[in-house]
Design a protein around this ligand. Structure first.
Ligand code: SF4
Ligand code: SF4
Length: 472
């Protein structure tokens, strides 16, 4: 009955795993450490555990966002879900946040005791209600924080969404994709389960490629070299699907005369803990990177082009891991800007003649405060740079944020609301959309394909590498 109601309200309706699906899932995970990643237990008192966890984990920051909303509705126009479905109130940020807020009001806030009808206080009745909450916080929000930026009361809806995701993750009530990727990151240290053998083989392959391209046998892609100025950390997608981006980085570092290395362990700067709300996973992955830098006595940590990896490694990870930040931690785009400013590399923008626009990744611009650096670099390396509108901190999500690319069950809704992004891209008239995020590459590629746009997605490093002038 409740499920029907949820579907009618427009919120996607992915079901809880059936017993056989759950068993199949567990059979594929022989070495899962249960203390690390919880699986769904239909016989447990999940509602009770959810409410207990809510009380244990609430903090002042969350409580402000739980209580400060005045239901003015101003955030609605910020959300690409609502803009794409303006007749559906369940797509507004305030509706989504209220599904968490009402439980807080019922169990932890005085208003829920005194005037429950006024503040719509309520409690989940059973696992189906928790599942419905799962479909809202995982399936109908990309945690882009555009609504956060536009709330006059400072309510951080995406923070509440991540909080609820974390509580549901503790109960194993998560989309299968989120569960699988989290498990891979726990067990292999990287979210795509790349083995050390594959990692080293890919590095060797790219090293051979760059050596042959530059006709220079001295080009190197060092692994685990101690005492370098720069520790380079990457996204597993680069090893698995886009190794050319590692080669491009090697080419530019070589041209700049950089002393650099990749670590053999701790090279994955992405962090599914940010998406699943699991701070323990967040701490584990971030710590791997920081410890690699300590072990190799690196001078700084550089993060390849990845939005959530940048936010996790540069900002959130130090808090999750309780790790004292000893080293500068920066995006590779900041490194590229420094090379250009210091004259360490020379570029020729004529090598990138096509019109290029820039997509600000939510986790880099809105949540990472890195806005002007990529633009500055792009203006040096392309001939025709044009802004998309809105841009910078007001940009719209690529639609694949918040881990949504791993959740196949929510794909139809994701692509439906992507019409906002598609319109934004099309209006630029650009042939290339540049983004400094591997997640956004896949999100934007889906949008471009679905809406038949005449565009390709590239990264800043691709364009810098293409424009690079190597003497001789
Ligand atoms: S979250 Fe902020 S903008 Fe949205 S309804 Fe509440 S107070 Fe208004
Ligand atoms: S975080 Fe983004 S997707 Fe989620 S409700 Fe706010 S604007 Fe919408």
């Amino acid at each position: 009955m409740k499920r029907k109601k949820a579907a009618a309200s427009g919120i996607v309706d992915a079901p809880l795993d059936t017993k056989s699906q759950e068993k199949a899932r567990l059979d594929r995970i022989p070495s899962l450490a249960p203390a690390r990643l919880q699986t769904y237990d239909a016989s447990a008192d999940n509602v009770g555990r959810f409410i207990r966890l809510l009380g244990e984990r609430i903090n002042r920051h969350l409580a402000v966002s739980m209580t400060a909303c005045v239901h003015c509705g101003m955030c609605a126009e910020s959300c690409h879900y609502f803009l794409a479905r303006p007749d559906d109130p369940t797509m507004t940020p305030v509706y989504k946040a209220d599904q968490i807020r009402r439980i807080f009001k019922k169990h932890l806030d005085w208003t829920g005791r005194v005037i429950p009808w006024w503040v719509h206080a309520g409690s989940p009745g059973n696992d189906e209600d928790l599942n419905r909450l799962k479909n809202i916080v995982f399936g109908a929000c990309s945690a882009c924080r555009r609504c956060t930026l536009n709330c006059p009361m400072g309510v951080d809806t995406a923070l509440l969404v991540r909080f609820a995701r974390g509580l549901l993750t503790e109960l194993g009530i998560v989309p299968e994709g989120v569960f699988n990727v989290s498990r891979d990151q726990w067990e292999t240290g990287n979210q795509m389960a790349v083995t050390e053998e594959d990692f080293l083989e890919t590095i060797q392959w790219m090293k051979d490629e760059v050596r042959s391209e530059l006709a220079d046998p001295l080009v190197d892609i060092p692994v685990d070299r101690p005492d370098c100025d720069l520790l380079y950390t990457i996204n597993p997608r680069e090893v698995k699907f886009d190794p050319r981006s590692i080669a491009n980085a090697a080419k530019v570092f070589h041209a700049a005369g950089e002393s650099w290395t990749l670590p053999r362990w701790g090279w994955d700067q992405t962090n599914f803990g940010l998406f699943s709300g699991d701070d323990k996973l967040g701490a584990y992955v971030a710590r791997n990177v920081y410890e690699a830098a300590d072990r190799l006595r690196a001078g700084r940590i550089v993060i390849s082009e990845c939005g959530h990896g940048y936010r996790s490694t540069r900002w959130e990870g130090y808090n999750w891991a309780g790790y004292e930040q000893k080293l500068p931690t920066e995006s590779v785009v900041v490194t590229l800007k420094r090379y250009l400013q210091e004259g360490r590399i020379t570029v020729d923008p004529r090598r990138n003649p096509d019109p290029v626009t820039f997509h600000d990744s939510c986790n880099i611009a809105r949540s990472g405060d890195l806005v002007e650096e990529p633009r500055w670099v792009l203006r040096q390396v392309v001939r025709d740079f044009r802004e998309m509108h809105p841009n910078r901190r007001e940009n719209f999500c690529c639609t694949g944020g918040g881990g949504l690319l791993s959740m196949a069950e929510y794909r139809p809704l994701r692509l439906e609301v992507a019409k906002i992004k598609a319109g934004q891209l099309k209006a630029t008239g650009a042939k290339l959309v540049c983004t400094m995020c591997h997640n956004c590459i896949d999100g934007l590629t889906d949008v471009i394909k679905h809406y038949s746009l005449d565009m390709k997605v590239v990264q800043v490093l691709d364009l810098v590498s293409q424009a690079l002038v190597i003497p001789g």
